[in-house]
Design a protein around this ligand. Structure first.
Ligand code: PEP
Length: 253
């Protein structure tokens, strides 16, 4: 369902006490001054902090996502965390296909598709990331790259399954670099992604799909990005680790 959304990807940051303080601060701010009703705020802390975060979120107006999930459903996979486990912890979203997982953990399209399937089968909405590296943009193949990522990761889904997917367009050259895509660049790619969905699943589903922008989005540039017609919010890394900045982003629609 198309909704306005701001999701925070904490990555591998924070001690437990710091994480608890940050989640509590976010809860305090939005309890004092609620979010717009049509804006969904999601926090994606490391696995270890999910229970603390879902406990606090259950008393407040925000939602919790994981940063990863196993490609396997259960069994002898030491160190892995399954979608079923996430579901049993009241986790509602899961980032899948982040460029850091693609790059450092060599996660290929087939693995990402398996993760998407397991998340959906366990009532967890994937926040599916796609995006090109700088050399691909410079070679003018960024549309082809994003198209292939989406086709291979998502287009095996039925329309009913696809309805529960959020897409995050994250140009890799913008992640953690301070170099944000221009609103026009973001809009151009988001409109392209929506056109792919329309071709595959029809206009209604395309119009219903939430497409987030990610990559050096912060409290100063969010409003301009979010004002683009096909940008439905943001996936936020660095700026999600400061409660006031993060909340400011959620108020940038
Ligand atoms: C991210 O890692 O998903 C991200 C968008 O990071 P940053 O906001 O720090 O660029």
């Amino acid at each position: 369902m198309r909704k306005k959304m701001v999701a925070g990807n904490w990555k591998m940051n924070q001690r437990f006490d710091e994480a608890e303080e940050l989640v509590s601060e976010i809860a305090d701010i939005i309890d004092a001054q609620p979010l717009d009703e049509d804006v969904e705020l999601v926090i994606c802390p490391p696995y270890l902090f999910l229970e603390m975060a879902t406990d606090i979120a259950s008393e407040s107006e925000f939602h919790i996502g994981a940063q990863n999930v196993s490609e396997y459903d259960k069994g002898a996979f030491t160190g892995e965390v399954s979608a079923l486990m996430l579901n049993s912890m009241d986790v509602e979203y899961c980032i899948i296909g982040h460029s850091e997982r693609r790059k450092y953990f060599d996660e290929k399209d087939e693995v990402l598709a398996a993760k998407v399937n397991l998340a959906l089968a366990n009532e967890i909405e994937p926040i599916f990331c796609c995006g090109e590296v700088l050399s691909e943009r410079e070679a003018n193949i960024h549309f082809d790259i994003v198209k292939a990522q989406i086709e291979k990761g998502l287009f095996h889904l039925s329309p009913e399954q696809f309805y529960n997917v959020v897409i995050a367009y994250e140009p890799v050259w913008a992640i953690g670099t301070g170099v944000v895509a221009s609103p026009a660049q973001a809009q151009e790619m988001h409109a392209f992604i929506r056109s792919l969905i329309k071709e595959k699943y029809g206009a209604e589903l395309a119009d219903d799909t939430t497409i987030l922008y990610g990559g050096s989005c912060n409290a100063s540039n969010a409003a301009e990005l979010f004002s683009q017609p096909d940008v439905d919010g943001g996936l936020i890394g660095g700026a999600s680790l400061k409660a006031k900045d993060f909340i400011q982003i959620t108020r940038s629609f």
